[in-house]
Design a binder for this molecule. Structure first.
Ligand code: EPZ
Length: 421
């Protein structure tokens, strides 16, 4: 099992490049492989374990893929296989994205029910409900979802759950609706940048989607989608993670390849906490001239503060002069990293969906464990700011969503070594 040994007391200084968005490239690759009638070429694709896991799922369905120098070539499926097996789906929940496209393209799908993960049960009732609205017959038996439909039929639907819009269900149903008969209106649609990037990609394939970036998506069904070429947007969460890393080490970091529009709430909250952000057309310079202040944060669907940045900002607020309160409203169990930060000397108390963080003067290095990719990232960031050495285990979580994380950070002053024990 690999671990990262993070030497503390380092100050990050320099330019750090942002890779393509994991949460954009996953649904886009599915659309290219299942909905398209020709080869698609995707640029700015990050080399992540999640991307390679999805490639295995798509190749199991008959597609051909090749990833070289951040370019992913995808030759669509051969229309024979319609089953996504458990041993691949269990590795990555985003495999559920093949469900809607398979039913739209082949008229049937058999997909393993995705497992939950450390941050909550992760239900898929909205995915299933959306497909039923489109006329599919969906049953769940022995851990598999079976869906079929002669041809999907466009309709109006409201796709919001008790926690607000669903990124995954919006992506799944939008993809399926592109080949449905007639027009589909999705109300309560997710508006994350990666959902909009998927919509732009689908339109480049010949789909007809209106309302991109709003909570009402209108999809006029078409008969065919062709292959196309697309550059994936940069990863807003990777960028936000490195902005926090710059701030927590009181460094001077230029995060390159991101726009403020991709993470408006993160930008606003970092400034409120006392971080200085100088934005330009290509990125942002992060400095921390004064003490970090305690602030209150509530996670929410875009354009609210992203749940995927909750762990990272908690790490920064551990060192604030004052108290902060974080309310996690999107996932039901996403504070596991708090206990690990407390092992490093933080003072965090949990109360249901709220975390109260009393700032401390400094953190001390300790052996800690990553429980999901964002929790892993915050432990690396906290380790860089802590006194002494931090050993982060279960690094495979981090590699799911961060391309060469130690390489990028060492290039601007970190001292992180990957070991295999
Ligand atoms: C996507 O997950 C992201 N993953 C998650 O990022 C992210 O945390 C999440 O969106 C919210 O932004 C990918 O894009 C691959 P949801 P997804 O459906 O689609 C509930 C990371 O760190 N819900 O928007 O699974 C659900 O339980 C990962 O990169 C239902 O109730 O999230 C949650 O409470 C972690 N029924 C809320 O909605 C459903 O059918 C939002 O979930 C679906 C979801």
């Amino acid at each position: 099992m690999e671990k990262l040994i993070v030497k503390g007391g380092t100050r990050l200084e320099g330019t750090i490049p942002i890779s393509g968005s994991k949460n954009a490239v996953l649904p886009i690759a599915v659309a290219a492989a299942i909905l398209g009638d020709g080869v698609s070429v995707l640029h700015n694709v990050p080399d992540l374990t999640d991307v390679n896991t999805l490639r295995a799922v798509l190749e199991g369905l008959g597609a051909t893929t090749k990833l070289k120098n951040s370019t992913l070539y995808i030759e669509p499926i051969n229309h024979l296989e319609y089953e996504a097996p458990y041993d691949l789906v269990r590795k990555m929940r985003a495999s559920i994205y093949v469900l809607g496209p398979l039913v739209a393209k082949l008229g049937k799908a058999k997909v393993s029910f995705p497992g939950g993960c450390a941050i909550g049960p992760r239900p898929i009732d909205l995915h299933i409900r959306g497909l039923e609205h489109l006329g599919a017959e969906v049953t769940v038996q022995r851990g598999y979802i079976y869906a079929q439909a002669e041809r999907l039929t466009g309709t109006e639907m409201y796709l919001m759950g008790q926690y607000g819009p669903s990124v995954g269900a919006t992506a799944n149903i939008m993809m399926a609706a592109t080949l449905a008969e007639g027009t589909t209106v999705i109300r309560g649609a997710a508006r994350e940048p990666h959902v909009s990037d998927l919509a732009h990609f689908l339109n480049a394939m010949g789909a007809d989607i209106e309302g991109i970036g709003t909570s009402v998506l209108t999809i006029h069904g078409v008969k065919h989608l062709h292959g196309t070429e697309h550059t994936v947007i940069s990863d807003d969460i990777e960028a936000g993670t490195f902005m926090v890393a710059g701030a927590i080490t009181k460094g001077d970091v230029y995060v390159q390849g991101i726009t403020e529009q991709q993470l408006p709430a993160v930008s606003e909250k970092l400034v409120e906490a006392g971080v200085e952000l100088d934005w330009d057309a290509n990125g942002v310079r992060v400095t921390t001239p004064r003490e970090i202040r305690g602030i209150d944060i509530t996670t929410a669907p875009f354009p609210g503060f992203p749940t995927d940045m909750q762990a990272q900002i908690m790490g920064l607020l551990c060192l604030a002069a004052g108290t902060s309160v974080i309310s996690e409203n999107v996932h039901t169990d996403r504070f596991i990293h708090a206990a690990e930060l407390n092992r490093m000397g933080a003072d965090i108390m949990l109360d249901g969906s709220k975390a109260v963080i009393n700032g401390v003067r400094n953190l001390s290095g300790a052996p800690v464990m990553a429980s999901d990719l964002r929790a892993g990232a915050v432990l690396v960031a906290a380790g860089m700011a802590a006194a002494g050495e931090t050993v982060v285990s279960r690094v495979y979580h981090i590699d799911r969503g961060y391309e060469s994380i130690e390489q990028k950070l060492n290039d601007i002053g970190a001292n992180i070594t990957r070991v295999n024990d």
